[in-house]
Design a protein around this ligand. Sequence first.
Ligand code: ADP
Length: 261
Amino acid sequence: REHAELEIRIMPYSDDQFMLIARDVTQLRQLERMRKDFVANVSHELKTPLTVLQGYLEMMDEPASMPPTLQKKAVGDMYRQSERMRNLVNQLLVLSRMDSAARGDIFERKVGMPQLLRQIQSEMQPLAQQRQQQLLFNIAELDMYGREDELRSAIVNLVSNAINYTQEGGEITVNWRKVGQQAELSVSDNGAGIASQHLPRLTERFYRVDSDRNSASGGTGLGLSIVKHALEHHHSQLQVSSKEGVGSRFWFRISAELMTN
Ligand code: ADP
């Protein structure tokens, strides 16, 4: 194999002979690196908002050094930064919950998808309204087997991305429909779109296309990795097609065996 990392040990075999033991540790090392990167990323992401908060707190400790005009901005900034940390911690919790031991058979429970989707629609509507966006849901009467909390996370992340990365006045459409023996959920927007070179990396933890744009939107880069995980548990994969300046479509299919009707 190319670039394999081997751990080699030399052991005595007999009086005048030695034995070489080679162990392939490629995967082990790769996992270690991923874990280190992950911890470094989390620390960095938490440090940035904390630095902002501390800066303001120090200024408030000496009110003379804080011009009154800055006070309003300070409160706004502090609020946004703590919101950012809250999002990050919430998403980390969702990820770790999904990472931990398999929680029973995926066929154990039925998920009433139309009901779930209507709930998500009414939860997300105010966000879209704030941005003067149209949020349309076309929902077929199809249920499936699965884990409701994970499906909810996946769909909410896709819809909130569509809202965040679409300009004011844009349009977002969610379709849940039958395709042959399968069902398909898609979220389409006519927003910013994504350049093709980024597409293969979107579901990596902490990957963001444009970190400046995203810090304004409070993004963490964890959303799509949560979606990927949740879908893997449902034997499905996230698909995306997107064009910069035109819009994006994210979708996944649920195989016939997971459909209840
Ligand atoms: P974030 O928390 O930054 O939104 P995600 O993992 O959810 O992280 O998404 C990764 C990146 O993919 C985002 O930073 C954004 O650049 C891009 N992206 C995701 N969804 C869309 C979309 N609907 N339109 C344009 N870009 C998107």
